[in-house]
Design a protein around this ligand. Structure first.
Ligand code: NZQ
Ligand code: ZN
Length: 380
């Protein structure tokens, strides 16, 4: 174990916490509120933000789409540069929060913003960001990552920069009451896979990281089994806090990661428009089956400690249980569930991964294109 851990985001958790932004945002800031397609206008969140900002100088920028695009976000960047906003408040799901981080970084960069995603510009400074989360899933509200798409080239890329950690994140479970079931299931599955990407590698002996990861996985298993209680406050609170903790850096500190499922999944979103979590439910069970040997020890551990399995074939049974968990919340796990054609997927996804240099994935860098080919065939 060798790491630095510093998560600077202040979490304001609980009902009614949106009001706290009035004191969390500096009084003299010129605030741009960024939001998505309008859910915050119909569920009362926008009104709460307006009330809390009544003594601040602020304007709004709406229309950030799911899987936010650089084309849309650059319009916000132009406004920030022209009008001199000094604080960005993202109000929405992971897409809005990621988009806000991009705007925060690109606004202090003179070149073309996509350079940040293409790895040509390393972000070292950004405008201050705050987040009001309305969809627990990505953990973006208190991490340093953002995933941005580019429509023109059907690309979806990410960047990581400590400068874009939100200064604060409001997690009010009441904002979740208007979420459609599909988004609740997306949140649960995304959080589950985030824990897996930092846990299902090799045994590390890191008791805090592994033990906490298993606790988060057990939470998500319980929440899936109690899915019919998803409209209760307790269920929402637990999903919101679990999804946050799944990707705030703690369980991943100083242990190997394997983001292969996410890397392959991002190509599915860029090419076919699948929701982020749908791509994970599609790719991950197939990947675990193909990469079984390198993950067997950890799958066994997960089977014992998360699912309480004993006896033979614990690793293989664990993968079956994971796939069934996703299906139990209504998530498709096979190409046919999304009307995707195997031959088209093989051609397009492989070409895209190769074009993006994603040819050595996995914690041991051994998931090459041949392995991806085998994984894609197993998604049938
Ligand atoms: O745009 P609006 O109208 O707000 O509607 C959104 C959107 O249509 C809706 N929604 C959000 N909160 C709502 C609501 N509808 C009703 N009531 C509410 N309270 O939900 C839809 C999906 O929103 P989106 O933000 O796209 O979903 P999610 O939070 O799952 O974010 C997905 C994005 O995050 C990226 C993904 O790749 C994807 O682009 N990720 C970001 C990560 C990070 N920054 O660390 C890690 C993740 O692995 C992920 O890659
Ligand atoms: Zn994810």
């Amino acid at each position: 174990m060798q790491f630095a851990f510093h998560n600077p985001t202040k979490i304001q958790f609980g009902r009614g916490q949106i009001a706290s932004i009035s004191r969390l945002i500096p009084q003299d800031a010129k605030v741009l509120v960024l939001y998505g397609g309008g859910s915050i206008k119909s569920n009362g969140v926008y009104d709460q933000v307006s009330a809390a900002l009544k003594d601040h100088q602020w304007e709004a920028f709406g229309g950030i789409e799911p899987n936010p695009t650089v084309e849309t976000l650059d319009k916000a960047v132009a406004r920030v540069k022209a009008e001199g906003f000094t604080f960005l408040l993202g109000v929405g799901g992971g897409s809005v929060v990621d988009g806000t981080k991009y705007v925060a970084a690109a606004s202090l960069y003179e070149g073309y913003g996509w350079d940040i995603l293409a790895g040509k510009h390393k972000v070292t400074e950004a405008l201050p960001v705050g987040a009001i989360l309305t969809l627990p899933a990505t953990g973006s509200e208190s991490n340093a990552a953002a995933v941005i798409s580019r429509t023109a080239t059907a690309e979806k890329r990410s960047f990581l920069a400590p400068a874009v950690y939100p200064a604060f994140a409001v997690l009010d479970p009441d904002t979740m009451t208007s979420l459609p079931d599909r988004q609740l299931a997306n949140g649960l599955v995304d959080a589950f896979v985030h824990v897996c990407e930092q846990y299902l590698t090799v045994p590390t002996g890191a008791m805090v990281q592994e033990g906490f990861a298993e606790a988060l996985l057990r939470n998500l298993v319980v929440l899936a089994s109690q899915y019919e209680q998803r409209h209760t406050l307790e269920w929402r609170e637990n999903l919101m806090w679990t999804a946050n903790q799944a990707l705030n850096g703690l369980i991943g500190a100083g242990v190997p990661h394997d983001w292969a499922t996410h890397a392959i999944g991002h190509e599915f979103t860029a090419l076919y428009g699948l929701d982020h979590a749908q791509t994970l439910a599609l790719v991950q069970p197939a990947l675990l089956r193909v990469c079984f040997e390198s993950k067997q020890a950890k799958l066994n551990q997960m089977g014992h400690n998360v699912f309480g399995l004993e006896g033979d074939n614990v690793g293989h049974r664990t993968i079956d249980i994971i796939e069934n968990l996703y299906r139990s919340v209504g998530m498709g796990t096979r190409l046919g569930d999304y009307q995707l054609d195997k031959d088209d997927v093989l051609l397009q996804v492989m070409t895209a991964l190769e074009g993006h240099g994603m040819t050595r994935l996995g914690h041991q860098r051994d998931v090459d294109l041949n392995t991806v080919d085998a994984i894609l065939r197993r998604t049938q």
